[in-house]
Write a protein that binds this ligand. Structure first.
Ligand code: ANZ
Ligand code: ZN
Length: 798
């Protein structure tokens, strides 16, 4: 009988459909294993996408065998730019394009043999779902966390929409790689900054990759420092700066304000006004990428001076676009001796450079900024102090003298939450001339996204929704007078910031989720997805969770207890993607080798957390290996268990279990390969293998290759599902080899080796050892014989 994967896979799919393998029993604990849900693109899945879904399916099945009742849902992140851009390109309504793509995705996911609970499917574009996305926004609005602001935002001229800072990568639009510019628009903002410290502190206890935690911490970007006031000569105004280096204050020889700083026009002296205005305008039209990467520093002197509060020296005030208006106070004190950017600026404009820290307290001429710690110089009463101490001492002194105060600053900015696009959740807000900005009544949710003829972006900064007057014109929920709907929509992140909650109770019409569903399933036990979501999605989801905790919807502070980031699949060294033209479709591979072979090969290509190169020929080897297992079991003549077989079985369980637990799934596969060879050898040696060993092997295999494992389990005489079995347990004592190897030394030098039975006595062992090294002991006197049990014998001889 040959391994007929196609028959077997069909057979077991059907059985699982009729008889789901994930069953609730009183003894089972719940376990929530979640995939990052995909946006259903038109391209379908390639083997790179498969990798993540295989990982989470293997993990879910492994949990079932560990007596868990699992929630393993799937859904669609279907609002947003990618879906809309695709629909525009195909000249289809996004709703229709999305529905088609979802269908195709589902078919492909079923090919994986994954056990998704389709009863729990969610779709962010379903009004029953986005009703709650809007509800969360309303609650944030009521709690002062959603607010409007006129501001220069990142604007992608190609996508014709505003972008969050998070969606701009090195000055380019994350979606389409166009250069991002600035545009002044009224925006809805979410006050994520109110949660900055909690978002930072709560990272600590998460079972997440350290790398991801660090990326989040860096993004939140907490800096300790001080705000210091500089008086302006001849005016009552003060300039407040933020610095992380109060220890360098004596070296502050000039100041720089961001061009957008509100004080600029007031501080500029008359003879400088024209030049200043020109510069301010030029920076406003510069793209952020230029501002960040321009090599030559630029700037203009305002014609005015401030006073260094410690040494009373006059410092000229400049503007330059290397200072950002929205970080710290939008103004800095410049210490060219110890800051690289300030050094460059000082050199370019010939400004004084005064070192205030040196390595060993001796002043030397600087060829570049000295940014290390050291000993204070040129700093009056603080001279000789370590700069690391001076940081605090000077900050304390400034506080005492009322010149400054210690503060912390976060890089994290409030979240630009509106998009000027059609394909998103309408923001549930109404603008009334009398009452101002009013939230839609909860009972009127969802605010349905109207059907429109033209959903292409207008490019004017207005959403296409603004053109639908019958939708825009409404009545004010407060006064009943005429009012207009908010026409901006939410960003794609809105739905994905909380979807994982809804899976636990997707059909609840009364609440976002019930308390029972929350207690039963949340937080998520294991979250599997790509590293590209390390910052944004995970940060937003954490923020939403904390907010929902604050308003009593959930009772935990972190949504994802354990996180696993799978690496990318590459082909010829670059990420597999349709646009790179290097995708491998799973369809033919499944046809030619079966789903089990492809599942196993996906794991075998490399450590799951690392990027791995795809090699089409590799699957052949895995296929041959499954055939080997097939033969091992199907041709076996059953014999009674003996100690060799028992030992091999426990070793097998041990290896597979420890590697599974460590999520080292590629070595799980290689472990199977090793142990299958061992079993084949034992089969040859003893004329067969015992039944228990083979049962163990196929149970261990079942999370990875569920179809063939189920078939072989049946072949071994079982009529129940393999997934009703328990994950096998190992006994370390039974793994020990019957023979041990002992090293023989003569006077501490290696002289030979000896294999002995475990129960042999010391005298027997020593006499055997002496027999082996007899030749080297000739003409020598044995002074001493030292035996370290189970390890070595040292014969001391002269
Ligand atoms: C004086 C100084 C001396 C500084 C020195 C650094 C080194 P992080 O760690 O990123 O918080 N800074 C403050 N606000 C800024 C803004 N809006 N745009 C550009 N730069 C700004 O860095 C804080 C430091 O970055 C601050 O400390 C300030 O320069 C600069 F030897 O002040 B420092
Ligand atoms: Zn009103």
């Amino acid at each position: 009988m040959n391994y007929n994967y196609s028959l077997i896979e069909k057979k077991w799919r059907k059985k699982w459909e009729e008889n789901p393998i994930n069953k609730k029993t009183p003894s089972k604990e719940n376990y929530y294993c979640l995939d990052m849900f995909p946006y259903p693109s038109g391209n379908g899945l390639h083997v790179g996408h498969w990798r993540g879904y295989v990982l989470s399916d293997v993990w879910s099945r492994y949990q079932i065998l560990n007596n868990k009742y699992i929630l393993h849902p799937m859904g669609w992140d279907a609002f947003g730019l990618p879906a809309e851009n695709y629909a525009i390109a195909k000249k289809m309504h996004p709703a229709i394009a999305t529905a088609e793509n979802v269908k195709n995705f589902k078919r492909q996911l079923e090919e994986i043999g994954a056990i998704y609970d389709w009863e729990k499917e969610v779709n962010t574009t379903d009004p029953e779902f986005y009703k709650w996305t809007q509800w969360i926004f309303l609650k944030m609005f009521e709690n002062g966390l959603a607010y409007e602001k006129e501001m220069p935002i990142n604007w992608c001229p190609s996508c014709k929409t505003g972008l969050a800072n998070e969606e701009v990568k090195e000055g380019l639009c994350e979606r389409c790689s166009s250069v991002v510019t600035k545009k002044n628009l009224r925006q809805w903002m979410l006050k994520i900054t109110a949660y900055a410290s909690r978002l930072l502190e709560d990272l600590e206890n998460l079972d997440w990759p350290e790398k991801v935690k660090k990326m989040q911490a860096d993004w939140i970007g907490k800096s300790y420092g001080a705000e210091i006031d500089f008086e302006v000569e001849g005016l009552d105004d003060k300039i407040k700066v933020f610095t992380t280096r109060p220890d360098t204050l004596f070296g502050a020889t000039f100041m720089v304000l961001a061009p957008e700083n509100a004080l600029v026009s007031k501080l500029a002296t008359n003879d400088k006004k024209e030049e200043v205005e020109k510069y301010v305008f030029a920076s406003s039209t510069k793209s952020s990428i230029d501002r960040m990467t321009d090599k030559e520093k630029t700037g203009v002197f305002l014609g005015r001076y401030a006073i260094n509060p410690l040494n009373g020296k006059r410092v000229p005030i400049w503007i330059s676009d290397y200072v950002l208006v929205d970080y710290g106070t939008g103004a800095i004190m410049c210490v060219p001796a110890h800051d690289a950017r300030d050094f460059e600026f000082a050199q370019k404009f010939d400004l004084p450079i005064t070192p205030v820290i040196s390595k060993d307290g001796v002043e030397i001429e600087l060829l570049e900024a000295y940014t290390e710690e050291g000993v204070m110089i040129n700093s009056e009463q603080f001279n000789g102090m370590k700069s690391s101490e001076a940081k605090n001492v000077i900050a304390d002194y400034l506080e005492k003298e009322n010149i400054g105060k210690k503060t912390t600053n976060y890089k994290l900015r409030d979240w630009v939450f509106s998009r000027q696009r059609y394909w998103g959740e309408p923001i549930p807000i109404v603008h009334c001339d009398k009452c101002g900005v009013v939230g839609v009544k909860e009972s009127d949710l969802p605010v349905m996204l109207p059907d429109v003829e033209s959903y292409e972006p207008t490019g004017t900064g207005e959403s296409p929704l603004a053109a639908i007057t019958e939708w825009v014109n409404t009545t004010c929920p407060k006064c009943g007078g005429p009012a207009k709907r908010e026409t901006n929509t939410m960003p794609q992140w809105a739905g994905s910031s909380w979807y994982f909650l809804r899976y636990t109770d997707p059909h609840n019409k009364k609440e976002l989720i019930s308390k029972k569903a929350m207690k039963d399933w949340l937080p998520v036990d294991m979250y599997v997805g790509g590293i590209e979501h390390a910052v944004l999605h995970l940060l937003y989801a954490r923020f939403y969770t904390k907010f929902l905790q604050d308003i009593g919807v959930v009772d935990f502070k972190e949504p994802f207890t354990r996180l696993f980031n799978q690496g990318m699949v590459t082909k010829n060294g670059i990420k597999m993607s349709k646009s790179k033209g290097n995708v491998v479709s799973p369809d033919d591979l499944v046809k030619n080798y079966g789903c089990d072979s492809l599942r196993m090969y996906e794991l075998f290509i490399g450590p799951p957390e690392l990027d791995s190169e795809w090699d089409d020929r590799g699957i052949e080897g895995v296929y041959r290996f499954l055939n080997k297992i097939w033969r091992l079991v199907s041709t076996n003549k059953e014999i009674k268990q003996n100690t060799d077989l028992e030992r091999e079985r426990h070793k097998l369980i041990y290896d597979i279990t420890t590697r599974m637990e460590g999520f080292s799934l590629n070595t799980v596969v290689s472990g199977f390969m090793e142990h299958t060879n061992n079993l084949l050898n034992l089969q040859k040696q003893f004329g067969g293998v015992d039944k228990k060993t083979l049962e163990t092997l196929v149970i261990l295999l079942s999370p990875i290759t569920p179809h063939i494992a189920s078939e072989l389990f049946e072949m071994l005489g079982h009529s129940t599902s393999i997934f009703d079995e328990k994950w096998p347990k190992y006994d370390k004592k039974k793994m020990e080899d019957a023979e041990i190897e002992i090293v023989i030394q003569i006077s501490g030098k290696m002289a030979g080796k000896l294999k002995v039975a475990k129960n042999e006595t010391e005298t027997e062992i020593i006499s055997k050892a002496k027999e082996i090294v007899k030749a080297r002991l000739e003409n020598k006197n044995i002074m001493k014989e030292i035996y370290v049990p189970g390890r070595l014998i040292n014969i001391v001889a002269k």
